[in-house]
Design a protein around this ligand. Sequence first.
Ligand code: DGJ
Length: 501
Amino acid sequence: MKSYFLKAAAFCIILACTDLSAKDISSFPIGKEWLDNDGKHINCHGGCVVEHEGYFYWFGESRTGGHSDGISVYRSKDLYNWDNLGYAVVHQGNRDDDTLQDISEGRLLERPKVIYNDKTGKWVMWAHWENGKDYGQARVAILQSDKITGPYEFIRTMRPNGHDSRDQTLFLDTDGNAYHLCSTNMNTDINVVRLTDDFLNCSDNETLIMNGRRLEATTVCKVGDTYFATFSECKGWDPAPGHTATTVGDMLGDWSEGLSFCVDPDSNRSYGSQGAFVFSVGSLGYDPKCFIFYGDRWIPSNVGGSTYVWLPMSVRSGYPTIRNYPDTWSLDEVMTDMYRFKRAATIIDNGEFALLERNSDRLMSRSGEQTGFCIANDDDNKNVIFVFEATSDPYVWRLRDKASGKYLSVSSGMLSEDSDGNSKKSMWRFFRLTDGYYNVVNEDCRKCLTVAGDSRADGTEIKLEPVGAGNAQAFGVYFDSKRNNYKEADMFSKTYFEELR
Ligand code: DGJ
């Protein structure tokens, strides 16, 4: 009898352990099956993640094959393990093809976004709406609910201020205003419009951005006064190159286009993803500038079965940057030190600084050979910390490698290190650019630090080229916050950019 109970107890323990390991995950599965806490595929595409009262809520398209089942909602505390809470929106009501004012069975709802309206106390959802027969309606459906999880009440469909609207997103600004961004003019431009106070309509304040660029899959996030947007090129369900844009101070202001957010191989396919949403994980104890980029890896023949590409996004360079973790990654592993290197407010004599290359978001590093330099990922064994020594010219510095004690120098036209810090070959003029980066120009040969071939890849050589003979010639002066407590540049504020002008 005793042995029977022992066996039964052991069996239960094994069951419990098996159950736990099936449910409890602690890293993001990239492009692989991601199961909810019931062991079922998470069916929540093109959506968004919203925080409320200690939980994350994940809304998205629930699809069976290509058919739209409504908008699903999942809930999690840790972003890895999700409970399926069912549908926030189900298709309902009668079809009316004259007015198009319905979300009846058969209509298509895509890319739902949810924000909270403080003034009305309502949760508001906007989704791309199509009639279910073709892709030509290009409307939005607007819904609202008293509870975050729904059910959301259908209010209307419309074209925002008359514009055709396909891929779309909402952005709730820190001042309480909200904006709708959509691909418009047959996916040629992006329209940005401020919503009315109830978030149920569009105001007259709007602007077209990224004109003629043919972009979709817009995401927006903000740090300080700076707004960052990511987009994909229009390629249907196929992964396409990513794009970025930035504006400071005003969502409806001038946006300047940056590079792709991808800095690793497979950049042309955005690592096999198309963006849906970007959100901060600051509430989990990380720097609030630590973002997750949520993309879908679409399976066109079975949209509902599509997988997810959630990747860490950093803006430490001043531009959105995403590294590839092709299989998996965890928050602790990546986010803990994401902002270890911070941009210095000023260069100070005898200060210890690293040089961050703008396009790659990578640090000037030793390439392994005695004299070679390259751009590399954060790695204490490779990254070079320079002690900046002042000269009689306030813009010219000697850069002493803290590890070797030698000065960054030029020998036979190549970058090298030299124990003589007084030669012009070991002096570097820092020309400041309008975004706070520098061209770092040698006083002797007048050539500047340049990443070979404009590459953004880890390990690419840094060499010397004439100023203008390449696009990868901008280096930021950053300090290691684990070693030094220098004043950090307020690099996301409006005043920072005003002072640089
Ligand atoms: C690309 C969009 O981003 C997706 O949401 C979806 O609408 C597909 N196009 C349909 O081709």
